[in-house]
Design a protein around this ligand. Sequence first.
Ligand SMILES: Cc1cc2nc3c(=O)[nH]c(=O)nc-3n(C[C@H](O)[C@H](O)[C@H](O)COP(=O)(O)OP(=O)(O)OC[C@H]3O[C@@H](n4cnc5c(N)ncnc54)[C@H](O)[C@@H]3O)c2cc1C
Length: 319
Amino acid sequence: MKALLASLPAIARQHRQFLPTIAGSIRIVQREYAIIPKAAPATADQLPLRTGRPRLVILGTGWAAARLAHDIDPKLYDITVISPRNHMVFTPLLASTTVGTLEPRSVAVHMNDIQPALSSPSNSLYIAEAQAVDPAGRTVTCRSADGVSFSVSYDKLAICTGSQGSTFGIPGVLEHAHFLRDVKQAESIRQRLIENLALAGIPGRALSDWQRLLHVVIVGGGPTGVEVAGELTDFISNELRALYPERARGMRVTLVEARELLGSFDASLREYAARKLIRRGVVLKKGVVHEVTERDVVLKVCEPLRRFLPRVINLVHDV
Ligand SMILES: Cc1cc2nc3c(=O)[nH]c(=O)nc-3n(C[C@H](O)[C@H](O)[C@H](O)COP(=O)(O)OP(=O)(O)OC[C@H]3O[C@@H](n4cnc5c(N)ncnc54)[C@H](O)[C@@H]3O)c2cc1C
């Protein structure tokens, strides 16, 4: 830098018309270097810096947390966000990432992009799980992914930890099924799909294995299950058909629902969705999942919904 500064007057002499500008630049550069001492970077122990403002601690980086972090005035509070993930997920688009229609980065936004003040030394984003809250002492005890425990004091606390996916106590769900609530889970579904499509193409594959590898079972006929089924059928009839026509023909998608498809929606919408799915080849089954094994989904009551119309539920024997 010194060499550059030393050479500037010579450069300026060669380009006299730019002299005032260049001289001005030299002054600014020299002043910055002269009066701003190079501070040693603060260590994690020294952060966040205390400003005297009340500290707002936000637990979570989901919809509620992101909205609060976005809307809060960082001049009024020092902000600490604590969550196992550093980004907010735009969940309505998550289903599209399971088949590659969207890339994961298109549905996730880093918290610092939502609230740029989180980069300031008086604020912080900790990638950790809140484990306990002590309202009397106004502290939250947390644990990082690598097992480091620490506590954070607060003046105000916002608990935005949402809800967790439930296995409903069904054996095998944790071990053998995928949830779809965040980007990592969407990626693992996509990975499994890619793996199974590749494995199905191995020569000498037994027919039963081929059928199993190309069969996707979705449990839950709510909006997420229906969206995933729709995305899968799009993927099969577009990308997969072009890449591996045989495997596209062998693919099956089954949607299992214990009660009504899209139960909270208006009857005409439910009917519309059911018709669309059936037309695209999705097998709709009414059943309660009893167990999930490495190779099977065992249903307690299992009835295919032939010509499924929620108003005229026509249950027939299993196929
Ligand atoms: C695939 C999918 C599609 C959806 N589509 C729609 C839709 O189209 N329209 C709609 O209205 N809703 C939709 N939803 C529902 C919507 O996403 C939820 O209602 C919403 O996410 C709830 O927001 P939240 O902030 O309460 O919780 P979440 O968004 O679940 O956020 C919880 C946050 O808390 C964090 N956390 C969890 N435990 C801890 C802990 N111990 N310490 C610190 N942090 C923790 C999590 O990592 C996460 O960041 C969809 C959900 C899914 C899964």
